[in-house]
Write a protein that binds this ligand. Structure first.
Ligand code: SF4
Ligand code: SF4
Length: 288
């Protein structure tokens, strides 16, 4: 099984659009949208959800009003101001503030507080014209996106194994934090999508440092390469200096985002045809 992760560091480089173009050119793969905080690959792939699963992570405190004597000790001990006295009497926990530390449960002499499993989001297995897509939606203000990413990658792996598919295409989240690390750990190839802007170059450098830390082979696509020739040259010089191959440079096409999901017309775009050519390079680098 081979895994390729598409990442960008900076948001807005066109990473997901390029992933969707790759999805249309690569055969026999499972796709995973690891940007669980703000998933958007499904907007381009138009999935039909066939399985939805609750994702539980962490704990939240809950007060049992029948046991609570309203002593107020839990409110005093909570460092997160998550315990609120109600106007009508009794105490309630604010789920958004509670971090599940459990201090209140230890403090309560009446065993009136318990820690409950926290429903942090959902993940889905969907059918698309380009193949199966595993994606997720993390709940509002929930953390643990790294865990959810690990979970959906696991699901994709099992699905690919069941179906005899030997390629997983991952659309990674922006940044270089925990969800990105969770998205790229153990992949066979990192495809970094950058753009000729100062922030694009800055984040390319940060991402490469991360990739080198994990000893991940990397290649680069420069998207919107014609928007700033000076900065494009700087990106090219940096990649050359680091020994990172640039497998494609894609000019800006205003209409691309709006038609990226339309199979019948997207093949006419320059971007699609450039990606189609560069996927041969990806396949050979993956030894598929
Ligand atoms: S510590 Fe226990 S009994 Fe006291 S207010 Fe909190 S939940 Fe109620
Ligand atoms: S579990 Fe921790 S954060 Fe949550 S209400 Fe209790 S003391 Fe506060």
């Amino acid at each position: 099984m081979k895994q390729i992760a598409v990442v960008s560091g900076k948001g807005g480089t066109g990473k997901t659009t390029i992933t969707s173009l790759l999805a249309q050119t690569l055969d026999n793969k499972i796709m995973v949208d690891c940007d669980v905080d703000a998933a958007n690959l499904h907007l381009l792939l138009k999935p039909n959800i066939i399985q939805s699963t609750d994702f539980y992570s962490g704990k939240k405190a809950a007060v049992n009003p029948f046991k609570c004597t309203e002593c107020g000790r839990c409110e005093y001990v909570c460092r997160f101001d998550a315990v609120n006295r109600q106007q009508e009497g009794g105490y309630k926990i604010d789920d958004l503030s509670c971090n599940g530390c459990g201090a209140c449960t230890i403090t309560c002499r009446y065993e009136a507080i318990t820690l409950e499993n926290n429903l942090a989001g959902k993940f889905f297995i969907s059918d698309t014209e380009q193949g199966d897509l595993v994606h997720a939606a993390l709940g509002i203000a929930e953390d643990n996106s790294g865990k959810l990413v690990a979970r959906i990658r696991e699901e994709a792996f099992v699905l690919a194994d069941e179906k005899g598919i030997d390629l997983i295409l991952i659309d990674g989240p922006p940044g270089i934090g925990c969800p990105v690390i969770s998205s790229i750990t153990g992949v066979d190839l990192l495809l970094i999508v950058t753009e000729p802007s100062l922030t694009g170059l800055h984040d390319l450098k940060r991402l490469l440092k991360l990739a080198q830390g994990f000893k991940l082979p990397s290649v680069v696509i420069i998207n919107k390469c014609d928007l700033n020739s000076d900065l494009c040259s700087q990106v090219e010089a940096f990649c050359k200096d680091q020994g990172i191959p640039i497998i494609a440079s894609i000019p800006f096409e205003k209409e691309l985002v709006s038609i990226a999901h339309e199979k019948d017309v997207v093949f006419q775009t320059k971007a699609f045809n450039i990606i189609k050519d560069s996927q041969k390079e990806l396949i050979s680098r993956l030894n598929l």
